[in-house]
Write a protein that binds this ligand. Structure first.
Ligand SMILES: [Zn+2]
Ligand SMILES: [Zn+2]
Length: 206
């Protein structure tokens, strides 16, 4: 079904979403007869706040929803999968990280006044609002929960060299720095000549 042509400028800044919220699903078609079903296959732009510190979904990125809505006694059962691109930064080497998450979702939207609503905490249950449901908070929770706290560019990224700050994975295996700590610079000089190696402390020098 094509979206309504109505435009309202900066839709995402409105506190109350305009009528064209692409995350809303009208339930007229589905109806309330238990067992009836509706498939949804749509791509909608990601809102701005789907992110953790190091990784997230770029605002406006395409979020692909493949969902099945099923009318049940208590409300509408939504299940299916969500495909969403994520971008961020490797927590170890700071290189860019790009990935696509594919996530299963399953959620009951309860009818107001149903037993499910009556027996659930207010913030635990999603509700059918009027004759529609809003998929965005549900998908957002699923996506943000799936984001890694410490994303890495590869599974075994070795991070950065503490001596020079370059990516260890880009450096040769024998990469090292002779003088890691300036306090040992003098000793290292002795060590290479062997002058210190075998000689115990000379008591007369104390
Ligand atoms: Zn890395
Ligand atoms: Zn180095």
């Amino acid at each position: 079904m094509p979206a309504a042509p109505h435009r309202s400028g900066a839709a995402s800044t409105d506190a109350r979403r305009p009528a064209v919220n692409p995350w809303a699903v009208e339930l007229r078609e589905l109806g309330r007869r238990a067992g009836s079903m509706q498939e949804i296959d749509r791509t909608v732009p990601a809102p701005p706040d789907w992110r953790l510190e190091l990784i997230g979904v770029p605002e406006g990125a395409p979020v692909h929803l493949r969902l099945r809505l099923e009318s049940v006694m208590e409300g509408v059962l939504v299940s299916g999968d969500v495909e969403v691109p994520v971008e961020g930064q490797c927590a170890r080497c700071l290189d860019p990280v790009r990935d696509t998450l594919e996530l299963d979702v399953q959620e009951l939207y309860a009818y107001p006044g149903s037993t499910t609503e009556a027996t659930s905490e207010e913030d635990e249950v999603r509700l059918v609002e009027g004759e529609r449901i809003d998929l965005e908070p549900m998908v957002r929770d699923t996506v943000v929960l799936a984001l890694p706290l410490s994303p890495t560019c590869t599974e075994d990224c070795a991070g950065l060299c503490s001596g020079c700050g370059q990516r260890l994975d880009d450096l040769p295996a024998d990469h090292s720095h002779e003088l890691l700590d300036p306090r040992w610079a003098g000793l290292a000089g002795f060590a290479t000549t062997g002058a210190v190696a075998d000689r115990p402390d000379d008591p007369e020098e104390n």
